[in-house]
Design a protein around this ligand. Structure first.
Ligand SMILES: [Zn+2]
Length: 216
């Protein structure tokens, strides 16, 4: 067996960026992330020799195959988020992953992401607190293209001119104080009408007109 040419392909289907992996026998290795539009990225992993310390200043050179090293890395990355976690990293049988291997990895990744979303749903139901939703759970929901009330909205928030609370840009009515911020839009959704019927039209407070003092 020619160990020098012993290379295996570590495949990553996740868009997550991992910090470089460190091992005494190869130094540092960065797991590649798929480019935009690509289904996967391959990181070649090579065989290495490692010095095993036997004590009494004796060492033994041991050879680690590319497969062993890659499997160790895969275990470390996939196991990063607790029991049964999976982050879309695997060792391909050949130099490039087969369709079956990719489909299997996608299935496992989606199942793990769904578990994260379910956990976040439960947490949200219990606490309604965004603070308890993890980055991993948000990422999972986004990757599964799920709309969730606990998903962090990356759009910048604006301030309601009436009450000063944070509002989403472009909303017709302030959720906090009920001020109509876009009359036309509010009317379109029947929001302004309803307010008028109840006789409780909430108006955005006009800026005070500063009267100029009399001359003289
Ligand atoms: Zn308001």
């Amino acid at each position: 067996m020619n160990k020098q040419s012993d290379v295996v392909s570590l495949v990553n289907i996740s868009t997550q960026k991992w910090p470089p992996r460190h091992r005494t026998y190869f130094g540092s290795l960065t797991i590649q992330t798929p480019e935009a539009g690509a289904a996967y990225a391959v990181t070649p992993v090579r065989a290495c020799t490692s010095l095993m310390d036997l004590g009494d200043k004796r060492t033994m050179e041991i050879l680690l195959t590319a497969q062993e090293i890659a499997e160790d890395l895969v275990r470390e990355i996939n196991g990063d988020s607790g029991e049964g976690s999976y982050h879309g990293v695997f060792v391909a049988a050949g130099p490039v992953p087969t369709e079956d291997e990719l489909a299997e990895a996608r299935k496992k990744l989606e199942a793990f992401q769904q578990r994260l979303v379910d956990a976040a749903d439960l947490e949200w139901e219990r606490s309604h607190n965004m603070m308890f939703i993890t980055c991993l759970e948000r990422r999972a929901a986004r990757e599964l293209r799920l709309e969730k009330p606990w998903l962090y909205d990356p759009k910048p928030m604006a301030d309601c001119p009436a009450c000063g609370e944070k509002i989403r840009p472009g909303v017709a009515v302030c959720r906090t104080c009920g001020a109509i911020l876009d009359r036309e839009k509010a009317a379109k959704f029947g929001l302004a009408e309803r307010e008028e019927k109840t006789g409780e039209v909430v108006k955005v407070q006009p800026e005070k007109v500063v009267e100029k003092g009399k001359r003289g």
